[in-house]
Design a protein around this ligand. Structure first.
Ligand code: NAP
Length: 481
């Protein structure tokens, strides 16, 4: 049977797509999930302290508010439980093909169908939605000798809960969003903790707090109250665009707040100095934590700022020729983002890889569609991620467009793809906005591709993206019936 839609992934993006397709009356579709459960990155990241740095009222579907969030910034187990609730409420599990690892998605010009190769067999679909997630493929550090270490090495996104860290000599590589959450959690139980920092992060005070029972009851009985809280959070975050995008000089105020936060928590001026970034706040992701800096005040935690030379059988050797002896190494080293491996698995009309477009070497349309990839859509495509707000808002915007386009294609039996002209215009205008933004102020970050081009972040207010994706614009597409 030929599917109307093949959706790849069952995290926030995949589940959101399924709900929107159902609501629009599109039937005969399936979600392909490589694991045996839903949840995407929120299923995979189970390291101690894993938590979302966007408030839960905003980091959730607009059409599925959760009045029971127990903290304003939820921890991973509660976010995963939320996704399970959503899947149950919307009766989605029967639509998901679990343990189906998609290895190839190619367009067949003779049938105008997408051909999917999976670990469980072959499938055909009229349209495809990739919802595989931008933070789905953990990146191990490319450090000489990594294979020679005799103890366990684990990535934060593949936490081994059977590994007892009690009393062990542990090294954490990286000081990004994952590291700052895991370090304070494991510091009290390990014997010693060496944190290997290549670049310090800007860290702001965390404003998260437990939600009172009274508020939960209010949100349940009066959903409008929760919608207002969500709206307030949304607009507060949109104001950040004035600094991130319009005038990065404005970030100096935030930098001072972060320096004050550091000064309040770390007394040692030398340590403070080594923890202070030298790039503009916002150029890399801004982090929030109240317990990261204090972890360095513990006797068993050491900040290592000498660069790593190599990994040896018994530890990590730094460039000053010190061997830091370790029992366990934790790689908090992020994900393949601009070079997400999903890009290598998708092939368009001429056999070209999606990866080229995704890396920013070819044009895309609204971060969602690509010339030569007919009836094909990507959630979290080029320049749709955010440094200041909730990615779920962007996904929902994309879904407005995607569902309209899919209905258009299915009803007419049409093949639709953005015209090269429309895609070039979109990509050019977007790239022209980027140099003046905070992400172009000269730091290395995972927002940039190998050529230093930002192919990840949306450089504007998110409501502008919502406007851009509201309607399916026939005139921007090549339509073959
Ligand atoms: P990340 O932000 O990419 O941080 C990776 C860290 O590893 C950086 O400090 C990086 O140093 C370091 N690193 C990478 N390779 C290295 C090497 N070879 N040698 C030494 N250091 C190396 O990754 P992440 O912390 O997993 O976070 C990724 C994204 O996931 C976040 O930005 C966020 O969007 C999301 N996330 C969110 C939360 C949350 O909501 N709180 C939590 C976790 C993750 P450099 O800075 O020098 O490159």
């Amino acid at each position: 049977m030929v599917l109307n839609v093949a959706v790849i992934g069952s995290g926030f993006g995949g589940l959101g797509t399924a709900i929107r397709l159902k609501a629009a009356g599109v039937g005969n579709f399936a979600l392909f999930e490589r694991a045996d459960d839903i949840g995407g990155t929120w299923r995979d990241n189970t390291y101690p302290g894993c938590r979302c740095d966007v408030s839960s009222n905003l980091y959730s579907f607009s059409f599925a508010p959760n009045p029971r969030w127990s903290n304003t910034y939820s921890y991973q187990p509660e976010i995963l439980a939320y996704l399970h609730d959503v899947a149950t409420t919307h009766n989605l599990r029967g639509l998901i093909k679990f343990n189906h690892d998609v290895t190839d998605i190619s367009f067949d010009v003779s049938t105008n169908l997408w051909h999917l190769t999976t670990s469980e067999g072959e499938f055909q679909a009229r349209t495809v939605v990739i919802a595989a997630g931008g933070l789905a493929e953990p990146r191990m550090p490319d450090i000489e000798g990594i294979g020679t270490f005799t103890g366990p090495i684990m990535h934060t996104a593949k936490w081994d809960h059977s590994l007892d860290l009690t009393g062990k000599r542990v090294g954490v590589i990286g000081t990004g969003a994952s590291a700052i959450q895991v370090v304070p959690q494991i510091a009290p139980i390990v014997g010693s903790l060496a944190v290997f920092q290549r670049t310090p992060s800007w860290v702001m005070p965390h404003l998260g707090h437990d939600v009172r029972r009274r508020s939960m009851r209010l949100f349940k009985t009066l959903p409008l109250a929760q919608r207002l809280v969500r709206a307030l959070g949304y607009w507060q975050r949109e104001l950040l665009v004035l600094g991130f995008v319009k005038n990065p000089q404005r970030m100096t105020k935030g930098e001072q707040m972060s320096r004050d936060h550091l000064a309040r928590q770390i007394e040692d001026p030398n340590l403070r100095e080594r923890l202070t970034p030298s790039y503009r706040l916002g150029c890399k992701r801004v982090l929030i934590s109240n317990d990261y800096y204090p972890a360095f005040n513990r006797d068993n935690v050491t900040l290592i700022t000498d660069a790593i030379e190599r990994i040896e059988p018994h530890g990590i050797r730094t460039k000053d020729d010190t061997l830091h002896e370790l029992d366990v190494i934790i790689a908090a080293t992020g994900f393949y983002v601009t070079d997400n491996p999903i890009g290598q698995k998708v092939h368009g009309v001429n056999g070209e890889q999606l990866g080229e477009a995704f890396r920013g070497e070819a044009a895309n349309y609204k971060g969602t569609m690509f010339p030569n990839f007919p009836n094909f859509f990507m959630l979290g495509g080029p320049n749709t991620a955010l440094g200041h707000s909730s990615i779920i808002f962007m996904h929902e915007s994309q879904l407005h467009y995607i569902v309209k386009a899919i209905k258009f294609a299915l009803l007419r039996g049409a093949r639709i793809e953005p015209s090269a002209q429309a895609a070039q215009k979109w990509t050019k205008e977007l790239q022209e906005k980027l140099p003046g933004t905070v992400w172009g102020t000269g730091c290395a970050s995972w927002y940039l591709n190998e050529q230093g081009k930002n192919t990840t972040i949306w450089p504007d207010f998110t409501f502008k993206f919502r406007q851009e994706t509201k309607l399916f614009d026939e005139s921007d597409h090549e339509i073959t019936v």
